[in-house]
Design a protein around this ligand. Structure first.
Ligand SMILES: Nc1nc2c(c(=O)[nH]1)N[C@H]1C(S)=C(S)[C@@H](COP(=O)(O)OP(=O)(O)OC[C@H]3O[C@@H](n4cnc5c(=O)[nH]c(N)nc54)[C@H](O)[C@@H]3O)O[C@H]1N2
Ligand SMILES: Nc1nc2c(c(=O)[nH]1)N[C@H]1C(S)=C(S)[C@@H](COP(=O)(O)OP(=O)(O)OC[C@H]3O[C@@H](n4cnc5c(=O)[nH]c(N)nc54)[C@H](O)[C@@H]3O)O[C@H]1N2
Ligand SMILES: [Mo]
Length: 712
């Protein structure tokens, strides 16, 4: 990005055309970020809640004194497990956040650390462990002849295509002859450009993917050599997908049988390609199975890079990866480490089940969580089952929220620590590289690295700190030693951010000092990394027939359709997740221009459904699930499948503020019940494909009249 600075203030942020990855492309949230630095609502001081519930500024050193003291007391009285940590999506504000947060938790002696990944796509790492992994990159974004996107939308959310300009990339690939297959109940931005769009009924992804696998297996369209050498479990998979004939899939998923067969053939015929699943298929209670079936598709088709090929992006600010053209057999996915006290849930390769954190706070007895340090996330806005989450936040003896805003969660916190924001801190492109390790579909195509110094100072008169400084300050007071990059920190003389970044990137493929020489970042192609051949006698295999996954498939094949009307004869709709361009989950509401005057999250519905319900665009309705109800404003969108309501999450606030739905939107997480079809691996409940009924509340016409009356 290019930032204009006048009199020490950032006045404009735009994309940098000279940047090799983004080529000038930027998203509206990035372009408007400078408005946040001086926004009147930004916290310029840390805050402490008083006995009356009101907040007043507190010097941050004193806040750290008090927090450290309370943490030590809680640990002494109840043991380290009573202290938990949570990190959310804005962890990417600094490359140092993850290291410092987990360092403090380790020092405290608790393993109760939770992340947003577990209410996102936990199925990805869990499925990978059940399936095994190729020890070199997948073909992924490099010259694919086919791309299969299951419930994700790169034009808005920037996942599913390589980092950079999504439209330019797709146009280039389509011109090369790539086939784009999209599976989505909504004709999303990316579905509009698809070669084949399977506009499925939500919640039926496993059915569709199993159907595609069945076509590929019965028509012998596998990459036979690859499968013979590197995979096992094919016969188990063949048996498990047998019930998913094209006709069964067509009737269950509400698509055309011929389209399914065509999609499967296109996918298998392509020489190179990739399949990727997004939040859609991860949030309806079968995320792990869906991710597993996606991996099986790529494995059967041999979509992996081979010996002698060069790794196009071996990472820049991470140690050099070694790559071999061989399979790593599966490894334990869950069932180890910390055992939660609820629902038999355990630690997993993706982390602890975040959906169960509120229950861990509310369940009495030894080990009960009493303190929470919440960094870069917003539980009250984003967690499934908002009402339970609120109850849990209220029950905490100590809640520390690190947030530049009095967010939904900050308003339950005992202390809110006011942080610096990205343009005020030095940083590196570390997360780009660390995301490469997640697997197919993350990170830039080419090895890009960047260091940026702080661009502006925080507003005059403010007292804001970098997130790591909070962790360092608390650790010092608790007598905990922290380390970065394996090097113990001097806990008496505070290091600088640059010192710490040096440590974090120790041993990286490109030394940080080298990256720093290129203002605005550069590509670092040398030294190149070539994929080595399989070790002699290597026996590792990818498993496409994992017993638990096959059992889950059997469950799916036996599932009976859920009711389409409730006891009172009201039609049941399916509320599905989606993202909006101007928001990043709960964040972005205070960016002035980007919401085009619409601060709420509309409930997008097909015009035919609106007509059937006697509703008009802009009418206010009540959406009711088995768990709770919210108020929403409907908006006609013919791209949404009939029977589906498409609505963004993390809007709205506590029930007391429900009346302000037009100004702050409504919280879809409130409609989610914590134990509704939750996954036994990740504990993630059904957060999409939620059954809801729709009841009219206020017509658009009445709403306009009363708004006019209010103004008058
Ligand atoms: N119903 C439903 N629920 C969902 C989803 C869904 O699709 N449907 N999606 C899920 C997904 S995928 C995710 S990842 C989670 C997200 O869950 P979270 O990560 O917990 O939620 P965010 O809203 O991303 O939290 C970001 C927080 O960072 C704060 N913040 C903003 N800027 C800064 C900054 O510069 N510094 C610091 N320190 N903080 C900052 C924001 O104010 C906000 O409080 O939500 C999940 N919840
Ligand atoms: N602008 C913007 N960008 C973001 C975010 C944001 O809030 N705003 N959030 C970030 C985060 S935390 C994440 S995790 C990523 C998520 O990135 P994506 O997963 O790409 O998220 P969405 O754009 O919501 O796309 C999900 C799609 O799934 C579809 N869908 C819903 N239910 C189903 C289903 O049952 N089956 C199928 N096949 N599809 C279904 C929806 O219609 C939607 O088009 O985006 C990130 N980027
Ligand atoms: Mo996410």
């Amino acid at each position: 990005m290019l930032v204009d600075v006048q009199d020490g203030r950032a006045t404009r942020v735009i994309g940098d055309r000279a940047d090799p990855v983004y080529q000038g492309y930027s998203c509206v949230k990035g372009r408007e970020q400078h408005h946040q630095l001086t926004h009147p609502d930004r916290l310029l001081h840390s805050m402490k809640r008083g006995p009356d519930g009101g907040y007043s500024p507190i010097p941050v050193e004193r806040a750290m004194d008090e927090i450290a003291e309370q943490l030590m007391r809680i640990r002494d009285d109840h043991g380290p497990r009573a202290i938990a940590g949570y990190t959310g999506t804005y962890i990417i504000t600094s490359a140092l956040n993850g290291t410092f947060h987990s360092g403090l938790m380790r020092g405290i002696g608790t393993s109760m650390t939770f992340t947003a990944s577990m209410i996102d796509k936990p199925g990805k790492p869990i499925a990978k462990a059940l399936h095994g992994a190729w020890m070199a990159p997948q073909q992924g974004y490099i010259d694919p002849d086919v791309a299969l996107l299951v419930g994700l939308n790169p034009f808005v959310a920037y996942q599913g295509f390589p980092l950079g300009h999504p439209g330019k990339w797709l146009s280039g690939q389509l011109a090369r002859g790539m086939t784009l297959i999209v599976v989505d109940p909504r004709r999303s931005d990316v579905a509009k450009r698809a070669t084949i769009h399977l506009q499925v009924r939500p919640g039926q992804d496993a059915v569709v993917l199993a159907g595609m696998l069945r076509v590929i297996l019965t028509e012998d369209r596998c990459d036979a050599d690859f499968v013979r050498t590197h995979a096992t479990g094919v016969e188990e998979l063949r048996r498990a997908v047998e019930p998913f004939t094209p006709d069964v899939v067509a009737s269950r998923a509400g698509i055309d049988a011929d389209d399914l067969v065509r999609a499967a053939r296109c996918f298998a015929e392509a020489r190179r390609g990739y399949a990727q699943a997004g939040t859609g298929p991860n949030m309806h209670g079968r995320g792990t199975l869906n991710e597993y079936l996606v991996l099986c598709l790529d494995t059967l088709c041999g979509h992996f890079s081979r010996a002698g090929e060069e790794i196009r992006n071996p990472g820049t600010l991470i140690p050099t990866v070694s790559a071999k053209a061989q399979a790593r057999s599966p490894w334990p996915a869950y069932g180890f480490g910390e055992h939660l006290r609820v629902r038999g849930l355990t630690d997993t390769v993706a982390g602890l089940p975040t959906a169960a954190l509120p229950e861990e706070i509310l369940t009495e007895g030894p080990g009960q969580v009493r303190a929470l340090i919440s960094l870069n996330g917003n539980p009250v806005a984003a967690f499934p089952d908002q009402l339970l989450t609120i109850e849990a936040m209220q029950a905490l003896e100590l809640l520390v929220q690190i947030d530049p805003w009095m967010s939904q969660t900050a308003r339950f916190a005992h202390y809110v620590i006011a942080p610096k924001m990205p343009l005020e801190m030095a940083g590196t492109s570390f997360y780009q590289d660390s995301h490469l390790l997640i697997g197919n579909g993350y990170g830039p195509l080419d090895p890009h690295g960047q260091y940026t110094p702080a661009i502006v100072s925080p507003p005059p008169g403010s007292e804001v700190i970098e997130e790591w400084e909070f962790y360092y300050g608390v650790a010092t007071r608790m007598g905990i030693e922290l380390s970065v990059g394996g090097v113990a920190l001097d806990m008496t003389h505070k290091p600088t951010t640059d010192d710490l970044l040096e440590l974090l990137h120790r041993g990286s493929r490109i030394p940080l000092a080298e990256v720093k020489r290129f203002e605005g970042g550069a590509l670092f192609r040398e030294p190149r990394v070539v994929i080595a051949p399989m070790d002699p006698g290597w026996t590792g295999r990818l498993d496409v027939g994992n017993a638990e996954m096959m059992a889950d498939l059997r469950d799916v094949s036996e599932e009976v359709a859920e009711a389409e009307v409730d006891e009172e004869g009201r039609r049941i709709f399916r509320l599905v997740c989606r993202r909006l361009t101007h928001m990043m989950n709960s964040a972005g509401a205070n960016l002035p221009a980007s919401n085009h005057g619409k601060a709420y999250n509309p409930a997008f519905m097909h015009p035919g459904d609106l007509a059937e319900l006697g509703l008009n665009n802009g009418d206010v309705v009540e959406l009711r699930s088995a768990r709770a109800k919210i108020v929403a404003i409907v908006e006609a969108d013919s791209n949404v499948r009939r029977g589906v309501i498409s609505m963004a999450h993390s809007f709205g606030d506590v029930p007391e503020r429900d009346e302000a739905y037009r100004e702050i939107g409504s919280n879809t997480g409130r409609l989610v019940a914590i134990a509704d079809r939750y996954e036994r691996y990740s504990g993630q409940p059904r957060m999409s494909n939620v059954p809801v009924t729709v009841a009219p509340l206020i017509t658009a016409a009445t709403a306009a009249t009363s708004a006019a009356a209010r103004r008058a």
